[in-house]
Design a protein around this ligand. Structure first.
Ligand code: NAP
Length: 371
């Protein structure tokens, strides 16, 4: 199979670098177009990133340097450059990992889609657009089927926008969904997140604010953590996605001195029948969401990994499991106030960002929307 040529907007940032690293040997996609701010435009990718390279896979100087390191960075604000790349056969769709004003990103992503270039985005700008699917491939793959209605709503021919949710919810959405899919009702959740510094991009949180410290506030993060699950658990109705009404979620989001890997401590209350701890472990261990015949390269073999040790999961030890794409869950025990409590870890710039975006693109290709 010929690889599909893809572009990355925001290619020089924390998430963009993970795209470059994760796509270096991807069997379906090949990075042939990179764009970032006007500061980086015109430079060779390797030079534009320089000492900012933070992806844990690959290197920019060594022998395993990704081929995309030699591309010239374009200005992501100049859609005509991407249109020209598309005409040359170098950009069939783009991953968006831009960090700039929300309104600017929304308008820019829409310009790419209007120009016939599909956008698979990590940014929050289009998450609440009612005809834009917010996908976790294992949880709501059917939401992709709103894409024809989205194109019709906007009069777009080939382009569309699909997004992924915030990295803070990634660690507990799959376990939550597995319980819902098994037929249990979840009424209320209290979640306390311990989020890595790489979640703030580069250079992110100043070192003097985070070394030897915890910052109990991340702008906008608690709202995203409480509300985005409602859209993901919602249903496609006609030309829009209608949000679910439950569960009610209350979130505390904290920045902690961990480089990669978000941890979440969760207490959860069921409505109606309550599964035993053994039944919950059985549901999570056997959870295989995507139809296996899709054979998506980035999909984890087992989306939920249970750790039985009393001191796991931990971000440093568990974030890389299954290409950084699985969620590790442990300390599953009864809760004195709600019904159960547990701890979950996921890699924020892989599963929660670039890896999740790649998996979404694979899903969209398998469903016939890309390529
Ligand atoms: P980042 O490290 O700050 O990178 C931002 C990228 O956007 C860089 O490539 C930067 O280019 C580019 N950019 C900045 N201003 C621009 C402008 N005016 N015009 C065009 N490009 C511009 O941020 P990040 O952490 O990678 O995050 C990228 C996106 O993913 C954000 O929307 C973020 O909310 C989302 N996200 C991040 C994470 C995470 O764990 N970090 C997880 C999920 C989602 P230059 O290098 O040229 O400045």
């Amino acid at each position: 199979m010929d690889k599909i040529p893809v572009g990355i907007l925001g290619a020089t940032g924390m998430v963009g670098q993970q795209y470059i690293a994760l796509l270096a040997n991807h069997p379906w996609f090949e990075v042939r177009y990179v764009a970032a701010s006007p500061r980086s435009a015109g430079k060779v990718y390797r030079a534009a990133v320089g000492g900012r390279w933070n992806a844990t896979r690959g290197d920019l100087g060594g022998s395993d340097s990704p081929a995309a390191a030699s591309l010239i960075v374009e200005d992501a604000n100049d859609v005509s450059k991407a249109i020209a790349a598309a005409k040359r056969g170098d950009c069939a769709f783009v991953f968006s990992a831009l960090d700039m004003g929300k309104d600017e990103i929304k308008a820019l992503e829409e310009s790419y889609a209007a120009a016939g270039i599909p956008v698979v985005s990590n940014a929050s700008a289009n998450r609440w657009t009612s005809d834009v699917p917010m996908l976790i491939a294992e949880v709501n793959p059917d939401h992709a089927d709103i894409i024809p209605a989205q194109k019709k709503n906007r009069n777009w021919d080939k382009g569309f926008i699909a997004v992924k949710p915030n990295c803070s919810i990634q660690s507990y959405m799959t376990p939550l969904w597995a319980l819902l899919r098994a037929g249990y009702r979840v009424e209320r959740i209290i979640v306390n997140t311990l989020q890595a510094v790489s979640g703030a991009g580069y250079p992110g949180v100043p070192s003097l604010d985070i070394v030897d410290n915890i910052v109990p506030y991340i702008e906008g993060e608690e709202e995203k953590t409480e509300l985005e699950p409602m859209k993901i658990l919602g249903t496609v109705q006609g030309n829009r996605i209608t949000n679910a009404a439950s569960p009610r979620i209350s979130a505390h989001c904290n920045r902690v001195p961990v480089v990669d890997g978000h941890t979440a401590c969760i207490s959860l209350e069921f409505g109606g029948e309550k599964p035993s701890i053994d039944e919950i472990k059985r549901i999570w261990t056997s959870f295989k969401a995507l139809p296996q015949e899709l054979d998506l390269p980035m999909a984890p073999l087992r989306p939920i990994i249970i750790r039985e040790e009393q001191d796991r999961p931990q971000p440093r030890k568990d974030r890389e499991v299954d290409k950084g794409m699985a969620v590790s869950v442990g300390r599953i025990r009864p809760c004195n106030v709600f019904d159960i409590r547990f701890v979950a870890v996921s890699h924020n710039t892989v599963r929660g960002a670039a890896g999740g975006g790649i998996l979404n693109a694979e899903l969209l290709k398998a469903k016939g929307y890309l390529g």
